[in-house]
Design a protein around this ligand. Structure first.
Ligand code: GLU
Length: 478
């Protein structure tokens, strides 16, 4: 193994951990070994290096794109910009994308990319140069395209990087009608979609709300059903963490703790998430926030405070055998990919806790990426054709009812009833449907097989079965 292949933590690598989860779930399926081996393997691992000019010198950048499974095309997954990124991590994250897409019925194979840089150490022009060159390298090897492999944001990247990728791809493929579908998470003004930015966090909140709506599951934890009044600690104030906290609060939960890498803050009566973000923007740290009753310079201590739900929404391997015994939460909602180590997950489950697994819990992002990709292929925004038609039909119905009953609505009441859906409302409706349905599917698999101990195994069983059916439909396996 070269340095770049060394796993970032633990005795086994991240990809081995994902394979171990897969193997545990595979026992509950009856697929032949060859088929299971094909599903589990990373199909294509492209590792490349390219030079960029930095000041007066030239620097060589390490980068990857991994396509884990081609049972469906295109493959799909974000690009991570991080100094810590390595081949093992990109392979693991690509594999998780396969299972993630399958569980929420998004018709893509899994992929992931990585660029080994700390974006903070590069100027805007250098970041643009790196991103455009990365895209050209993908184009050269046929690792990008609306029907081939469609990147998206991940840790360290966002709308800005996606717009550079789209522009580079289009420049190199002039006249390709569907070119904008080569990447998702683009800015709204550049063929993006309303609601994509918030989608992962909104999905985390919906997943948590759904999980906590089952009275018998909550009773087993000594909790009442529902999110109302539940105390939540969120780790990470990036895109996923911030929006998870925001929507969980909107759904009635109390955000009692927020943890960032520089420290953590806590208040049993609740923290105002937007005020914390504003304070951090101003001072560079969550510490010193006036609304907190406790603060911890060691951020990890923040995870161990009193709460009902913990939402790790930063990086992998945050909850391990080193801290699991101090974690007070009864539910862990995995906003990040791989935040709970397998050993810690086992201990948590054995003591009765529920883990809402990453591959399902944070699937809201890729779900709305799917809607963005569809919008790019349709070349028309959702709702554009039918919004006014629906409004007119609804108004006629309301007028008819008024006439028949003699009742009369105020104009404000009428507007509420007749209103046609906006793109954002349609996106959020599709997201909610996908997340709610998937939770019920996963829970049902677990209920049907009492030997399945946790939701992660149940989610893997569901995904493996779906991917297996795709391969069987291709006629590769009888
Ligand atoms: N990077 C995100 C994830 O891990 C989004 C992927 C996508 O939208 O393709 O799910």
């Amino acid at each position: 193994m070269t340095d770049n292949k060394v796993a970032p933590y633990g005795q086994t690598g991240f990809f081995d951990d994902v394979c171990a989860f897969f193997d545990r779930a595979a026992q509950f399926t009856d697929h032949p070994k060859g088929l299971l081996d094909q599903i589990k393997a990373c199909n294509s691992v492209y590792r490349f290096r390219f030079p960029i000019r930095k000041g007066n010198s030239v620097e060589v950048i390490d980068a990857w794109r991994v396509e884990h499974s081609h049972h469906m095309s295109p493959t799909k997954g974000g690009i991570r910009y991080s100094e810590m990124v390595n081949e093992d991590e990109v392979m693991a994250l690509a594999a998780l994308m396969t299972y993630k897409c399958a569980i929420v019925n998004v018709p893509f194979g899994g992929a992931k990319g990585g660029i080994k840089i700390n974006p903070k150490n590069y100027s805007l022009a250098e970041l643009e140069n790196i991103t455009r060159r990365y895209t050209v390298e993908l184009i050269k090897k046929n690792f990008i395209g609306p029907a081939i492999d469609v990147p998206a944001p991940d840790y360290g990247s966002g709308e800005r990087e996606m717009s550079w990728i789209a522009d580079t791809y289009y420049t190199m493929n002039p006249g390709q009608l569907d070119a904008m579908g080569c990447v998702t998470g683009k800015p709204l003004a550049l063929h993006g979609i309303n609601g994509r930015r918030e989608a992962t966090g909104r999905g985390v909140a919906i997943a948590t709300r759904e999980c906590m709506s089952f009275a018998e599951d909550m009773a087993a934890l000594g909790l009442t059903p529902g999110l109302e009044g539940k105390r939540i600690i969120v780790q990470g104030l990036g895109n996923v963490g911030y929006h998870s906290a925001k929507f969980l609060a909107e759904f009635g939960a109390i955000i009692v703790g927020l943890c960032e890498y520089e420290g953590a803050i806590y208040n049993p009566d609740g923290l105002d998430v937007d005020a914390v973000v504003a304070h951090r923007k101003e001072t560079g740290t969550v510490l010193g926030f006036a609304g907190a009753t406790k603060e911890f310079a060691n951020s990890a201590e923040g995870l161990e405070q009193e709460c009902d739900v913990l939402v790790p929404a930063a990086l992998e391997n945050q909850i391990t055998i080193n801290n699991i015994h101090n974690i007070k939460a009864k539910v862990i909602a995995e906003g990040a990919n791989g935040p709970t180590s397998p050993e810690a997950g086992k201990i948590f489950t054995e003591r009765g806790g529920i883990i809402i697994p990453d591959m399902y819990c944070n699937a809201g992002g890729v779900t709305v990426s799917y809607f963005e990709w569809l919008k790019n292929l349709y070349h028309v925004a959702f709702g554009r054709m039918d919004k006014r038609y629906e409004e007119k039909a609804n108004l006629e119905l309301v007028n008819l009812i008024e006439k028949m009953t003699g009742a009369s609505l105020t104009w404000d009441q009428k507007k509420l009833v007749v209103k046609g859906p906006s793109e954002l409302e349609l996106v959020n409706s599709g997201l909610e449907e996908s997340m709610v349905r998937a939770y019920h599917d996963i829970r049902e698999i677990k209920v049907q097989n009492p030997k399945i101990e946790d939701l992660r195994t149940a989610a893997f069983v569901g995904s493996i079965n779906k991917v297996a059916i795709s391969y069987m439909n291709m006629g590769i396996w009888p």
